[in-house]
Design a protein around this ligand. Structure first.
Ligand code: NAD
Length: 295
């Protein structure tokens, strides 16, 4: 297939490379020349703007951008995708953004005849490189069937979540729970260790008891408990605390619209905001345990 790809950062770069490896012809754009170069070296063609990529003879177009404002401007802005794209091109936004923006951008695309799905991912940069991401897809069932084979070149679980925006709903609900469970795990680990427990023994008990969760078992925030977790490499190379803060913000904003109480989600957001204000937002999100530990 001929595919456009815009946003070649930590996630988009390796995702686009996996599409090239699968034999697709890629037309790409990013603001950072070094990120574009990695793709052109692999065989992709570079263009000067989102509008230029969208004007090519392509079947689908994927975007992987930081946040809602970037998605709005790349689709709807001057020199944006919708200004030049042909009606036959299926649009896929994999950025994590708020469901409302996803629905508005999709409505604008559909108004001019383009099909569009939201398809945010989980699995981190490791999953993007290995092609094992989970895609949470919102849109029509017909469009889901069309994008599934392409997403399978970048991920291993491709899940239909319902109508437009529902991919984002699934993503932010999951990440809100992850933020909360990480803080809970950090509190429990810090409490136990402060009272004299060995962190590995404590984690072993939790992980065979009712407190067990992904944050305690796979991604334990206490250094040395899980060798492969960011906590065991000084909280580098994982999912940044500032990205978690962004996702908690999306969840609490969406909760206002839905009038759904998210007391723990809002508290988690405040704790990550404090952590970020302390200059720690670049560390992995499990580093929130540092805020609880005695100096
Ligand atoms: P990133 O900052 O590494 O990459 C974003 C890319 O978009 C950058 O290369 C940037 O230059 C480009 N960009 C920004 N504005 C642009 C524009 N106007 N035109 C073209 N390119 C533009 O971010 P990332 O880690 O790749 O994350 C992308 C999205 O995926 C985010 O929404 C993030 O929340 C989500 N996500 C990230 C992870 C993770 O572990 N990093 C995991 C799951 C989901």
């Amino acid at each position: 297939m001929k595919i456009g790809f815009i946003g070649l950062g930590n996630m988009g770069g390796p995702m686009a490379l996996n599409l090239v490896k699968a034999g697709h012809q890629l037309s790409v754009f990013d603001l950072v020349p070094a990120s574009v170069q990695k793709l052109t070296e692999a065989g992709a063609k570079a263009f000067a703007s989102p509008a230029e990529v969208a004007a090519q003879d392509i079947d689908m177009l994927v975007t992987m951008l930081p946040a809602s404002a970037h998605v709005r401007s790349v689709y709807l802005g001057e020199n944006g995708i919708l200004s030049t794209v042909k009606k036959t091109v299926l649009l896929i936004d994999s950025s994590t953004i708020d469901p409302q923006t996803a629905r508005e951008v999709s409505a604008a695309a559909q108004k001019q005849g383009n099909a569009m799905v939201d398809a945010p991912v989980s699995g981190g940069t490791g999953g993007a490189q290995a092609g094992t991401l989970t895609f949470m897809v919102g849109g029509s069932e017909e469009d889901f069937a069309r994008v599934k084979p392409i997403l399978e070149n970048m991920g291993k679980n491709i899940v239909y979540c319902g109508g437009t925006g529902n991919g984002q709903v699934a993503k932010i609900a999951n990440n809100m729970l992850l933020g909360i469970s990480m803080i809970g795990t950090a509190e429990a680990m810090n409490l136990g260790v402060s009272l004299g427990m060995d962190p590995k023994i404590l984690a072993g008990i939790i992980n065979t008891s009712s407190g067990r969760c992904w944050s305690s078992e796979v991604y334990n925030p206490y250094p040395g408990v899980v060798e492969t977790a960011p906590a065991s490499r000084e909280y580098t190379g994982g999912f940044g605390a500032d990205l978690m803060l962004k996702d908690l913000g999306l969840a609490t904003e969406a909760a206002k619209v839905a009038k759904a109480p998210v007391t723990l989600g809002a508290t988690a957001q405040q704790l990550y905001q404090t952590f970020s204000n302390q200059g720690q937002g670049g560390l992995d999100f499990s580093a929130i345990i540092k805020m609880l530990q005695k100096a």
